[in-house]
Design a protein around this ligand. Structure first.
Ligand code: SF4
Length: 597
């Protein structure tokens, strides 16, 4: 039985954002502690992570009778990574990290998996080195941090970083001897890489214009940061059946691909009118407890590599409920997700197994100290359409006299010199703050009107662009064969070639398109969601090529792209892309988007 404990609002001279943030934390404490969370062990220890492992010594795995919840799968049926987790928690390998750094040695297969709990990926045979993935909640980074990472990339990496499709950064080509230096330096910068790989909650994303977007309903950074810190401080939120993505949408102009996540929270406005219209048209017109204001819809089960978007659950959440609800849902997944078949281990498959949302939401409710509210989608105003390339260019902010400048970083790669210069520009013309986007671009906010033109010129001199070129403005690519062992092609190199070709042979579109190239079916670049997408393949003659899919999209253009061309050689891809776009331009009706066409 879950005792109900009211969530007391914080008192004190807080801003409204801070109040929301603190309320979220307090509700989260109630949801995870003795009041409501009934699944954790007293120590918060992950099942199968013996206490002795904290000293680096492997203890015998606990007997099956000690295995709780979803861990109750017979040991013989567990997938290989599950057995490794069962033997030692990936969070407890600090001594091993130190030992491998001292010996300048790569780990064996189980520890290669466990080191990913610290964001360290041994990426052989693509490169015999580590890649380090950070966590940058809401993509919000300071000039000081970016400058520090530039130094680290120069000192122990390949002198560059990659912006990922989770608005995050990756450092590459770290030798084993440098991994402890990398971990400690990143922490000294106020960042972390904990949990950014393996079966953990990945970087928490949010609308990258939060806090200054004139169209946003609410600044979602407090919730993204609140959840980020909640995860970092709860061991039981690690070692899930599979990786897990969570994102927040502010309802503003710029998308954060939230419907592609396992959990997507979307801000909505409930008005007197939307509520009364909805009550009038509903067979159950009460909706007690719902007053006009800003709430969040919750969508679940997105995994576009498996051709599925997150779907609306019917929940209507108050802002302060977001962190505890997310934590409760992750715990339900942790306890009940499949640990035998990695291909069926994501949240989507648990929802399918349970026949939809009702049981999942019932289990979630059991872990919460407050009742979940349900209401039809129509009780809130519909979300305004996103501005498709709104992460590029110069836009006015909510704050009078200030602007944000979105700059395109080709395929997300920045060298250390560019990173330092961007940091300087953010200091000189903004307020020392930058945002990374899931479109592998960067936003510099808080630029006074008088400085935007100067900043744009400086950005262009760095090799970046600010114009939202309809065809070539958003070409994104996963790491590809230069740095990922799964890739069948050099996606970043081919994406650059496509961009260059479309700039030179501009199909002169009046509607923007997104082009996504991904190296394997893990689909890190979400090829099924691109207007044009490519998944790499090896051709019969050994050349690199792509299967090309058309007609994907997200947000208000949601759609899963369909395969139209198979086995296109990589060097033919730019010309094919141009032909497809010219055909679209000549045949579409005015204003018809690619996904509609
Ligand atoms: Fe690697 Fe595949 Fe992800 Fe590309 S999509 S980065 S090839 S795992």
């Amino acid at each position: 039985m879950v005792p109900s404990a009211p969530v007391q609002p914080p008192t004190g001279p807080f801003s409204s954002d801070q109040k929301e943030y603190l309320q979220g934390f307090m509700a989260g404490v109630l949801a995870s502690g003795q009041y409501a969370y009934v699944g954790a062990t007293a120590s918060g220890q992950l099942t199968g992570s013996p206490a002795a492992s904290a000293t680096g010594n492997l203890a015998a795995p606990p007997a099956l009778s000690e295995v709780e919840g979803g861990f109750g799968t017979p040991f013989a049926d567990l997938s290989k990574p599950e057995r490794w987790k069962h033997e030692q928690n990936g969070l407890d390998v600090w001594e091993k990290l130190v030992a491998h750094a001292a010996a300048d040695k790569f780990p064996d297969e189980p520890d290669t998996f466990r080191f990913k709990f610290h964001g360290l990926f041994h990426v052989a045979p693509a490169q015999d080195s580590f890649m380090m993935r950070l966590r940058i909640p809401a993509g919000e980074i300071t000039s000081h941090q970016l400058r520090g990472l530039a130094g680290l990339a120069d000192e122990i990496g390949n002198g560059a970083t990659d912006i990922t499709t989770r608005a995050n950064l990756q450092l590459r080509e770290l030798p084993p001897r440098s991994i402890v230096r990398a971990l400690t330096r990143v922490q000294e910068l106020g960042l972390t890489s904990r949990g950014s790989g393996a079966d953990n909650i990945r970087n928490v994303t949010a609308t990258p214009t939060s806090g200054f977007d004139r169209d946003e309903l609410i600044d979602v950074r407090p919730y993204a940061h609140g959840l980020h810190h909640y995860i970092l401080n709860h061991r039981d939120l690690y070692g899930l059946p599979r990786k897990f993505n969570i994102a927040f949408d502010s309802g503003g102009a710029v998308s954060s691909a939230v419907d592609t996540n396992d959990i997507g929270f979307f801000a909505v406005r409930v008005t007197e009118k939307s509520l009364s219209d909805c009550r009038a048209g509903s067979p159950n017109p009460a909706f007690p407890g719902i007053e006009p204001g800003i709430y969040f819809r919750c969508e679940l089960g997105g995994i576009t590599g498996h051709k599925d978007f997150a779907r609306d659950t019917g929940l209507l959440l108050r802002p302060a409920e977001l962190v505890p609800v997310a934590a409760a849902m992750v715990r339900v997944f942790r306890e009940h997700g499949d640990r035998t078949d990695r291909k069926k281990a994501r949240l989507k498959y648990l929802l399918e197994k349970w026949g939809g949302f009702p049981r999942f939401l019932e289990e979630t409710q059991k872990k919460l100290a407050f009742p979940l509210l349900f209401a039809p989608r129509t009780c809130a105003e519909p979300r305004r359409p996103v501005l498709k390339h709104g992460h590029l260019g110069v836009y006015k902010q909510t704050q009078p006299g200030l602007n944000y400048v979105g700059l395109g970083v080709p395929v997300g790669r920045m060298n250390a010199q560019q990173m330092r210069r961007l940091s300087d520009l953010a200091d000189h013309y903004g307020q020392g703050e930058l945002r990374l986007t899931v479109w592998q671009s960067v936003i510099i906010p808080h630029v006074p009107d008088a400085f935007t033109a100067t900043l744009v010129r400086a950005v262009h001199r760095l090799g970046f662009f600010t114009e939202a070129h309809a065809a070539a403005g958003c070409v994104i690519a996963c790491t590809g064969s230069k740095g990922c062992k799964y890739a069948a092609a050099d996606t970043k190199g081919h994406a650059r070639a496509v961009m260059a070709h479309l700039r030179k042979n501009d199909p002169a579109l009046d509607q923007p398109v997104n082009i996504h190239l991904t190296g394997c079916n893990h689909s890190c670049a979400q090829h099924y969601c691109g207007d044009i997408g490519g998944i790499a393949t090896k051709l019969a003659d050994g050349r690199e090529g792509y299967h090309v899919v058309l007609g994907g999209g997200m947000d208000h253009e949601q759609g899963i792209a369909r395969e139209i061309f198979r086995g296109i050689a990589a060097d033919e891809l730019p010309a094919l892309t141009e032909k497809v776009l010219v055909t679209y331009r000549t045949r579409c009706t005015p204003g018809e988007s690619f996904v509609q066409w």
